[in-house]
Design a protein around this ligand. Structure first.
Ligand code: SF4
Ligand code: SF4
Length: 175
């Protein structure tokens, strides 16, 4: 589908009310058939969350909500692309959901767990805290000790891409 070639990159969130036509068209041509969410053992993992069912699928919830970028359920998507593979109509829910996540982040509405995870990565270079326990386990397994040597590179990249400023905005809002 031609529209997929024009998808925006993550971080290039459309301005509110000015979403690219390609995304709108894709969301509109979703027939809410549920195929991407109800094929047992093969479809969307987020569908298994307690409040989704074949009549109200996860993808329907994300694409059909009145304020999609404000729907915290978008953060359940792990970008596995199964939905894109399964859709018989060549709609790419993951493409739409990723854009919604970017829009949500830009608007200061990203889920606090995601913001915390980003801060952790930017400040240490790792998605998890380096503790004495992880160091001991690595030593036991004969693995090289982890260091925070990428911290400075990440800080510079984050500053140049504007990520630091965006994260600071979240901090101001938290206080
Ligand atoms: S990419 Fe997201 S919406 Fe698509 S199947 Fe995976 S978790 Fe579900
Ligand atoms: S994205 Fe495709 S498979 Fe999923 S509900 Fe819409 S039309 Fe059906």
């Amino acid at each position: 589908m031609a529209a997929l070639d024009e998808k925006p990159e993550l971080g290039e969130a459309p301005e509110k009310g000015n979403e690219p036509k390609t995304l709108t068209i894709e969301a509109e041509i979703c027939f809410k058939c549920g195929v991407c969410c109800v094929i047992r053992d093969h479809s969307c993992h987020a569908q298994h969350a307690i409040h989704f069912n074949p009549k109200h699928t996860y993808v329907y919830d994300c694409l059909g909500s009145g304020d999609p970028a404000g729907n915290s359920n978008i953060w359940l998507c792990v970008s596995c692309h199964k939905c894109e593979e399964l859709c018989p109509y060549e709609v790419s829910p993951v493409h739409i959901i990723e854009s919604l996540k970017a829009q949500s982040f830009e608007e200061g509405r990203a889920h606090p767990l995601i913001v915390g995870e980003i801060k952790q990565i930017v400040s240490t270079g790792y998605a998890f805290p380096l503790t004495g326990s992880s160091s001991r386990q690595r030593e036991k397994l004969g693995l090289e000790a982890l260091t925070q040597r990428s911290e400075e590179d990440l800080r510079r990249i984050s500053e140049k891409t504007g990520l630091v400023a965006k994260l600071q905005r979240y901090e101001v809002e938290e206080t």
